[in-house]
Design a protein around this ligand. Structure first.
Ligand code: F0G
Length: 433
């Protein structure tokens, strides 16, 4: 039987228990009993679903439902609230592989319906919440979670409420949350202040009255983690279940790092892969509490008071899932890195220039890969997957200001400046020569 276990006090709860966090405030993890699953030919089951046009098989999340949880909401197509999320491409970049000297792939999670990986956790957690009778859903967000929540709630006729730091999220994301019809609450302060408010709302959840309570959809929610595991499962399926040597991802609130570790451990235990890829979680230098925790030999975790980075998605000082994420790094012989603003923007310009494109935070993956190659941790010829968590169009200001050379203190080595010309053929050829 699947159950929820508190990562702090080890108390156990049934899956249908109407709570997101433990009474002690600790985060809950969904424990997957794997013994029965070992009897199934999961690779064949997952492969057979690939051509389906119907939910739940056609969703790149629910395709892997044996490793998630039974969807409780039977009144919906396939029993799930879904936008056919996942099914994102895995690009092999010749250009970047040649630069790095390894086989570099990029998993583009910006190709999800609301343009980030958040849709994978969102389909899972909204389905779980609606299944216990909730109608009001809330999250704190640096942008992507808010757009995703807004989309899924509107799609299912539920009330979406997003709490965002005033003036501190990329415009593209604010526009999505407004357009999808969520109630947008801008709080004074940063993401961590918004998260504190949402955690308080979570503690007020009334299990006897789920329809009037608000259900928290941040990655403190264990069902979010389950949905996000499918990024790894889909990568493995796309590589024909031959595990890469490394998976490198940006890290903020640390839900994704936690989900990746859980997915890798489960896939390995189930025999879906013969070796575990090593995880590298990459933070921005100005928002690096998890990096410092790792560097201290896991001795001391301290929040960063005023996190600052151009990668607004990961501008987070007090990540909620740091203990879960530590487990993920330990279980995969992983590492935690930090990347400077210059490294992030140069990596972004490289990914963009390879015709793939991503938002600033996502470029931490390539910045991390470059560091691992330099230190010799990634060896020549190894297979590496960088996860691009969000879309190039999320933060056009950052992209344009980079190319116009308008970012203070940033050496825009790959700037591609627009050129003004007269509307004449001569001027055209003069400009392109
Ligand atoms: N990349 C992007 C594009 C993100 O939006 C986020 C998180 C992360 C990486 C970090 O993932 O938090 O699981 O470590 N964005 C959140 C949001 C916090 O509100 O959209 P994490």
């Amino acid at each position: 039987m699947q159950k929820l276990i508190c990562s702090s006090c080890q108390k156990e709860f049934a899956l249908a228990d109407k709570r997101v966090v433990c009474e002690c405030g600790g985060l809950l993890d969904l424990e997957q009993p794997l013994e029965d699953l070992k009897k199934l030919d999961l690779k064949k089951i997952f492969d057979d679903r690939l051509g389906s046009r119907e939910l739940p098989d056609a969703s790149g999340v629910w395709r892997y439902r044996e490793l998630l949880f039974p969807s409780p909401d039977k009144g919906r197509p396939g029993g799930v609230i879904s936008r056919f999320e996942g099914n994102t491409r895995l690009y092999h970049s010749e250009k970047i592989s040649a630069e790095i000297g390894s086989d570099v792939f990029f998993k583009h999670e910006g190709e999800n319906p609301s343009a980030s990986f958040k849709d994978r956790g969102m389909t899972a957690a909204v389905t779980a919440g609606a299944g216990i009778g909730c109608r009001n859903f809330v999250c704190a967000s640096t942008g992507n979670t808010s757009a995703s929540l807004a989309s899924y709630c509107s799609h299912a006729g539920l009330n979406g409420i997003v709490v965002i730091p005033e003036g501190k999220i990329a415009y593209g994301k604010l526009s999505q949350a407004l357009a999808f019809g969520a109630k947008v609450l801008q709080v004074k302060g940063n993401f961590d202040a918004a998260m504190n408010l949402v955690n308080e709302l979570g503690r007020k959840f009334d299990p006897d009255n789920p329809g009037e309570s608000v259900y928290v959809l941040n990655s403190v929610n264990p069902f979010r983690i389950e949905g996000q595991k499918t990024i790894v499962l889909e990568i493995l399926q796309q590589l024909n279940w031959e595990a890469p040597d490394w998976i490198v991802l940006p890290a903020g609130n640390l839900g994704n790092t936690s989900a990746f570790g859980k997915a890798i451990s489960e896939a390995f235990e189930l025999g879906l892969i013969k070796k575990k890829p090593r995880l590298a979680a990459v933070q921005a230098t100005g928002a690096n509490p998890f990096f410092k925790y790792f560097e201290s030999g896991w001795k001391e975790f301290a929040a960063v008071e005023d996190p600052e980075t151009i990668a607004t998605a990961i501008k987070i000082g007090n990540p909620q899932s740091y203990l879960r994420a530590r487990k993920a790094i330990e279980a995969t012989d992983g590492v935690v890195l930090e990347a400077s603003e210059d490294e992030i923007l140069d990596a972004k310009a490289t990914i963009d220039g390879a015709g793939i494109g991503c938002e600033p935070a996502s470029a931490c993956s390539l910045a991390g890969i470059r560091q691992l190659v330099k230190s010799g941790a990634i060896k020549k010829g190894q297979k590496v997957v960088g996860v691009l968590t969000g879309h190039l169009l999320k933060d056009p200001d950052a992209t344009i200001n980079y190319h116009l050379g308008k970012l203070d203190g940033i050496e825009a080595k790959k700037a591609n400046q627009p050129v003004e010309i007269e509307a004449s053929v001569d001027a055209f050829f003069a400009a392109i020569r």
